[in-house]
Write a protein that binds this ligand. Structure first.
Ligand code: 6PG
Length: 252
């Protein structure tokens, strides 16, 4: 595993996907224990998509399932497809199937959007109110926000050239992305960037081009929302966790 730290960001490159997921699970368990020691709770905002599935399976299995302070961990969702929670496309369904249904945590610690399939914009407002209530009407500050990376540079459901890129007021918004992605609900960049720790989890050779563009800052004129993710506080930290396959085109 290679490690590189530049100002408020660090890059960890693992030999393969398995090592990446183990490394990420170790880091999350460590951060969880530290957060609970410091504040009595761990606020974890999860990513959807396919990459983190294996990570979530690990967190629900030995040794991590015992290392994680589930009773003091609060789970949030960085974005959601505007489908029912039983739909195969639902991030909640994937995360609940492989993780939340397998660990002993109070249901009240799971903070998920509701109604996104029937009324996306109302659901976004309701989720924003859930965040406001949880964070005592202060701006939401998560201990850890886990993010994925789309092949064209979207993260959470902040897609290139979308209204989500420039949103600075709302914590959560819903909008119709396009024919392929339909309606999405997403946390916005101000919330993501306010986190104490932001972790990108990226795996596979299909991501090497976008990773290469991001790390060589050659965006070819395209807007890459992932490049807008950067800690907005002096204590915030951004980590990139990826495997060799995804890191192939990072300039030496
Ligand atoms: C989602 C995610 C999204 C995802 C990327 C990468 O709801 O799909 O939040 O941002 O992380 O699209 O997806 P893969 O991990 O499937 O490549």
């Amino acid at each position: 595993m290679k490690e590189l730290t530049i100002s408020k960001s660090e890059l960890f490159i693992f030999d393969d996907r398995d090592d990446l997921m183990i490394g990420a699970a170790d880091e999350i368990a460590t951060q969880a224990q530290e957060a609970v020691k410091k504040t009595g709770r761990f606020t974890l905002c999860l990513s959807g998509g396919s990459t983190p599935r294996r990570l979530y399976e690990l967190l629900a299995s030995e040794p991590w399932v015992k290392q994680m302070p589930w009773g003091k961990t609060h789970i949030f969702f960085g974005d959601e497809r505007c489908v029912s929670q039983t739909d195969a496309q639902s991030n909640f369904k994937m995360i609940n199937d492989v993780l939340l249904s397998k660990v002993a945590m109070p249901k009240s610690n799971i903070h998920a959007p509701v109604g996104q399939d029937s009324n996306p914009e109302e659901s976004a407002r309701e989720y924003e109110q859930q965040l406001a209530a949880f964070f005592a009407n202060e701006n939401p500050v998560f201990d850890l926000v886990l993010l994925g990376l789309g092949p064209e540079g979207h993260t959470a459901s902040i897609f290139p050239n979308s209204p989500a890129v420039g949103e600075k007021q709302k914590s959560v918004m819903a909008y119709r992305v396009d024919d392929a992605h339909g309606w999405r609900l997403t946390m916005t960049l101000p919330v993501i960037n306010a986190a104490r720790h932001i972790m990108f989890l990226v795996a596979g050779s299909e991501k090497q081009d976008i990773v290469g563009q991001i790390f060589s800052r050659t965006t070819n004129g395209h807007e890459i929302p992932a490049t807008l993710v950067e800690p907005s506080t002096s204590v915030g930290m951004l980590s990139w966790y990826m495997d060799e396959a995804a890191a192939q085109k990072i300039p030496a």
